[in-house]
Structures are given as structure tokens and as C-alpha cells.
Write a protein that binds this ligand. Structure first.
Ligand code: FES
Length: 376
């Protein structure tokens, strides 16, 4: 056997030294479920859902923290692994307020639940992450429902005072992805694990609301949350993944060119997320890129050019407005030279448009009086 090869579900599989079993399996197209793993951050092995069976090892090992090694014999879906994952899922479902369909175990209750959901989506029984929840997805995949272990009595643990984010810590599974997203991805260091043992919870600024902490509301934690513990206030119940289409676009704010997914339902943007697999942002967005899309639907938004006439403005066509600007620029340049005019491009323009603007002023008009507005 070659040095950098291990056996994965009976198949010889190459790996790069330093790769974990999870990474090597992913490169070979073998999917191992994860909950706490967050690409680009240090693995913590917190949730254990990625456990695999390694022949000769005393216990099941977390694929996300165990390096692949030559000669290793790994099984990702053996009966022992599946039994362990089922128990882990049962414990997670019993750990908090996971009152989603995964809880409705038998057929009759499942139908009841579906009917209630169809009648009113904004029921207290329905998690806002319904249909977009990794725990729910895995519960279905491994045919697990709650009930084996007694859930806590506590109801929702809502923090509803923040401008963009609603936190319900009763739905939190303590995977720590939000902490990694905040501390390692965005490096804002606003949230962390607090307390100890069974009282452990995610806290900000000594367990105060996000609004009173160093949080900049970039929403990276919301994007990282695999359950319904962190949801966008605006998206909330308004958004259901199976009803929305995803459209990829470039953020309209600064010139960095961050890649976004627009989640569009009934012709309206209901949520924005970062594109994980694309540069330059690799899934990251700032507060404006993630939450600042309301202006699109503002009734105050200018939709046609306006031409000033005395104290008032009147609507005009683009042709009329551009002809007027060209005529006035020509008149000023003819009278006072090209340095008598200047151009200021919008900071929300894409780089290509800003480039064309400076080209127009430098090459066509003949002045270096060109800048862009830094305020967004
Ligand atoms: Fe490996 Fe959570 S994904 S322990």
C-alpha cells in the first residue's frame, strides 16, 4: 500500500498528510455528517456526530479531529457508527426546545403536525429554521425522533431586543459554530461559551444581549448556526427554503465585490447569505451586505432621473438627463477648460463602473479631478 493511502469503507483512498479523516473522505466524495465542524476554523470535536469506526481503535473517533494515517481502516456508516449517531441525535433533540417535526415521532402525530403547519406557519410549535435545520435533516436521515430522553421543562429562551438577530438559546445545541464564526472567521470576539457543565450557554459581554456587547451584527453567527437558535429578525417565519430560489450576485455596497446569495421568495428578497465557496469573502458578509437590502423596496427610492427646475425636480428619461449633463459639461469645459469639472462616482458602484468613470474623466474629458464617495 502506498504511503499516503488509507482504506475508507473498503476502498483504498489517497490523502494528503495533515488531512483529517473528514477532509480526506470529503475529497473522495464520501460524506460524513457534521454539526460543529466549520470550514477554515480549528476543529473542536464538540458534537461527535462525525464519529467513524477505525479498526483497532478502542472507541469511535471523531472524523473532524482525527488525522488520516496510512494503513488506517475506516468505516463511516457501520452499525456501531449508526447506533452512536442515533443516540447523539436523540440526546441533542432532548437537550432543548427542538419542537420541530423531528419530535413528532409516530405517523398520526406527524400528519397532525403537517396540517397545523399548513394552517399557520407562525405557530409556536414551528421553529423558524424549519426546513433549514441541520439537526432536523440528520434526524430524518437517521430516522430518529425525540422522546427517548426527557427534554428540559424550559420553554423558549428568547433574546428579542437586538436589531437584526433573534436568539433563542433553548434551541442551541452548543456546537460552537457561532463562537468559531465570531472569533476565528470574523475575529470580532463578541461571543463565547459561558458558565460551566449543564449550565453552559453562549454568552456575549458577560451574558448580556448582543446589542450591549462588541457585536457588530455581521450575522456570521446566524449563517453558521445549524439549528434555529440564531435567526434573522427580518427573515424569521417569512422565509421557507423550499419556497425560495437562490440567486447569486455581487454585494452592491463597497467595491470589494463580496459574493452573495439572494434568497428570493415571491419575487422579493427575504434573506441574504454569503457564498461560502467563492472569493473574495468565502461566505463572510458585513452588516450592510447581509441585512441592508431594505432600500430596494423603499418607496423613497429614486427610480428615474430627476432634473432640477428652479426649486423643484421633475422626472426625466435617461436620454434626456444624459444629454443635459453632456451639454452642460461641454459648455463648462469650452469656457474654463477640463479642470473646471470634476466627477464623483458612487461608492456602491462596482469596480468596473468606477474604472469606466475615471476613464471617462481622464481620457475623454482630460482631467484628473475624479474621486468616489466613501460614505455608503
Ligand atoms: Fe466532528 Fe462535531 S463535526 S465532532
Amino acid at each position: 500500500m502506498a504511503a499516503d493511502v488509507f482504506t475508507l469503507n473498503g476502498r483504498e483512498t489517497p490523502f494528503t498528510p495533515g488531512q483529517t479523516i473528514l477532509e480526506a473522505a470529503g475529497a473522495a466524495g464520501v460524506r460524513i455528517p457534521t454539526l460543529c465542524h466549520l470550514e477554515g476554523t480549528l476543529p473542536t470535536g464538540a458534537c461527535r456526530i462525525c464519529v467513524v469506526e477505525v479498526e483497532g481503535a478502542r472507541t469511535l473517533l471523531a472524523a473532524c479531529t482525527t488525522p488520516a494515517a496510512a494503513g488506517m481502516q475506516v468505516h463511516t456508516e457501520s452499525p456501531r457508527v449508526v447506533a452512536a449517531r442515533k443516540t447523539i441525535l436523540e440526546l441533542l433533540l432532548a437537550s432543548g426546545n427542538h419542537n420541530c417535526a423531528a419530535v413528532a415521532g409516530d405517523g398520526a402525530r406527524w400528519t397532525d403536525f403537517q396540517l397545523r403547519v399548513a394552517q399557520t406557519e407562525k405557530t409556536a410549535d414551528l421553529c423558524p429554521a424549519w426546513g433549514d435545520c441541520r439537526l432536523q435533516e440528520l434526524a430524518f436521515q437517521y430516522q430518529v425522533h425525540a422522546g427517548t430522553y426527557a427534554p428540559p421543562d424550559a420553554g423558549p429562551d428568547l433574546e428579542d431586543v437586538n436589531p437584526m438577530i433573534v436568539r433563542d438559546l433553548s434551541r442551541c445545541i452548543l456546537c460552537g459554530r457561532c463562537v468559531k464564526a465570531c472569533n476565528e472567521v470574523q475575529v470580532n470576539k463578541a461571543i463565547s461559551f459561558g458558565y460551566r457543565g449543564s449550565r453552559t450557554r453562549i454568552v456575549a459581554a458577560g451574558d448580556r444581549p448582543l446589542i450591549e456587547s462588541d457585536c457588530v451584527f455581521c450575522g456570521e453567527c446566524v449563517q453558521a448556526c445549524p439549528v434555529g437558535a440564531l435567526v434573522e429578525r427580518k427573515a424569521g417565519y417569512a422565509w421557507r427554503p423550499w419556497k425560495a430560489e437562490r440567486i447569486r450576485t455581487t454585494c452592491p455596497y463597497c467595491g470589494v465585490g463580496c459574493q452573495q446569495w439572494l434568497h428570493v421568495q415571491d419575487g422579493k428578497i427575504v434573506k441574504v447569505t454569503g457564498v461560502e465557496e467563492a472569493a473574495p469573502n468565502r461566505g463572510r458578509l458585513c452588516v450592510k451586505g447581509r441585512f441592508g437590502y431594505d432600500f430596494i423596496y423603499s418607496p423613497d427610492r429614486l427610480r428615474t432621473p430627476l432634473i432640477r427646475e428652479g426649486e423643484d425636480f421633475r422626472e426625466a428619461s435617461w436620454d434626456e438627463a444624459l444629454d443635459l449633463v453632456a451639454e452642460r459639461l461641454k459648455a463648462v469645459i469650452a469656457a474654463h477648460g477640463p479642470d473646471a469639472v470634476a466627477g464623483v462616482s458612487c461608492a456602491r458602484s462596482i469596480n468596473e463602473d468606477s474604472y469606466q468613470m475615471q476613464k471617462l474623466f481622464r481620457a475623454a474629458i482630460g482631467t484628473n479631478n475624479i474621486d468616489h464617495c466613501a460614505r455608503t
